[in-house]
Design a protein. Structure first.
Length: 141
């Protein structure tokens, strides 16, 4: 019972702090250097996603998102707005940071904020992810 209340209150705190305004602010701060950091830390991000039960369902989508960033960086995929790349970078680097709004080492609730950021980011760019996948499939023909 006590654990459930703690988990619920942490979720409420996260929902109050992670909203469209928070995401907009963080995304607007992303720059080319952050793209490089994301690419350099791909393995760490995938490992963290696959190691956390609550985040493991996002492993495949994160690989697709990383692929989009890499293809943009190589210049092979150019039909992507900067906002989409910045959203991917912000969301995946946020997951990598162990000392974010709710520190990841807190059992049961440590990944609530990571889930919120990732879910919100994916929701914003879902159409662009589908466009990228369509493009990727057309390249393999």
């Amino acid at each position: 019972m006590l654990f459930t209340k703690k988990k619920e209150s942490a979720k409420n705190v996260v929902e109050k702090k992670i909203d469209d305004i928070y995401m907009d602010e963080k995304i607007s701060e992303v720059n080319e250097g952050d793209v490089e950091i994301l690419i350099e830390n791909q393995e760490k991000i995938e490992k963290k996603l696959s190691g956390a039960n609550s985040l493991s369902k996002y492993v495949e989508i994160s690989k697709i998102m990383l692929g989009m960033v890499k293809d943009m960086k190589r210049g092979t995929y150019t039909s992507v707005p900067w906002f989409v790349i910045a959203t991917i970078v912000m969301a995946l680097l946020y997951i990598l940071n162990p000392m974010d709004l709710v520190p990841d080492f807190i059992p049961g609730i440590g990944y609530v904020d990571d889930l919120a950021v990732l879910s919100l980011g994916i929701g914003w760019i879902e159409t662009d992810i589908h466009k990228y996948l369509d493009w990727k499939l057309s390249q393999n023909k």
